[in-house]
Ligand binder design. Structure first.
Ligand code: FPP
Length: 246
């Protein structure tokens, strides 16, 4: 049994990102529709968000809807958008109680008007919260994010706002959706798939990856603590040798 007290406070991941995968297969295993899996996935979002804030994670980023997810059956896309709206409406007290600030990354303008309105309202209402930043990746694709950054930087060079020589990692970083977030320290993917699926490609350059063979609706506090404990025992060398670190 893992306990929160076993974690080493100074070695907590500052930024935890999660690819919440397996809702559909979880439902299928139970002979239910995929939508049922997403509904239970929302409960896990609530649980894990609250636990992360309690543990002391400063930034939690959840892959909720990718640019590719628009290609899913219309009924599934509509359900996910409906769940987004209802969750945003319902979870404002939870966000305030845990002092969590909501943030969103992705092409959020492409969301249905109702979802965008609700999202912007909750973002505005929680803007002063400080304990944790919860970022929802919605209509998010890392390649699109990088393409947009390249276009924007190129336009600035063309218009003599910045020089070609001045382009460095900081400038690129400042043109990503995640400009206000630190790099990802730990990336968890549920469901047993070992893929990144176009998520935060730039930001995970030095992240520790953790794959777990549990569908997202079954991902529990115990699984979260196990992942963080595992992370805390890894040596992050950032290209250096062990000797240099010690
Ligand atoms: C992956 O499972 C999950 C998603 C595409 C969406 C994640 C969404 C939620 C957890 C619910 C809505 C979120 C919020 C923030 C309200 P999958 O459908 O790809 O599962 P499968 O790989 O088994 O088919």
């Amino acid at each position: 049994m893992n306990s929160k007290n076993e974690l080493i406070e100074e070695r907590l991941p500052k930024h935890l990102a999660i690819i919440m995968d397996g809702n559909g297969r979880w439902a299928k295993e139970k002979g239910k529709l995929r939508v049922f899996g997403h509904e239970h996935g929302v409960k896990t979002v609530r649980l894990i968000t609250e636990k992360c804030a309690e543990i002391g994670i400063k930034y939690l980023t959840l892959y909720a809807f990718s640019t590719e997810n628009w290609k899913r059956p219309k009924i599934e896309v509509e359900t996910l958008m409906r769940l987004l709206v209802s969750s945003l409406k319902r979870e404002l007290p939870l966000l305030h109680k845990n002092d969590i600030k909501l943030n969103a990354i992705g092409n959020i303008e492409s969301l249905p008007a109702r979802a965008l309105k609700e999202l912007n309202e909750v973002i505005a209402k929680t803007a002063e919260n400080k304990t944790m930043t919860l970022t929802l990746a919605l209509s998010y694709g890392a390649r699109e994010e990088i393409k947009n950054a390249v276009q924007c930087i190129s336009a600035k060079v063309k218009n003599n706002i910045i020089s070609l020589e001045s382009i460095d990692e900081t400038i690129i970083n400042n043109h990503l959706y995640t400009r206000n977030l630190p790099d990802v320290d730990l990336l968890i993917r549920t469901s047993g798939e070992h893929r990144i699926s176009n998520f935060l490609l730039w930001q995970i350059a030095y992240a520790e990856l953790y794959f777990i063979d549990v569908f997202w609706p079954d991902f529990s506090e115990q699984h979260l603590l196990e992942a963080i404990k595992n992370y805390q025992h890894r040596e992050r060398r950032f290209g250096k040798t062990s000797e240099q670190l010690n």
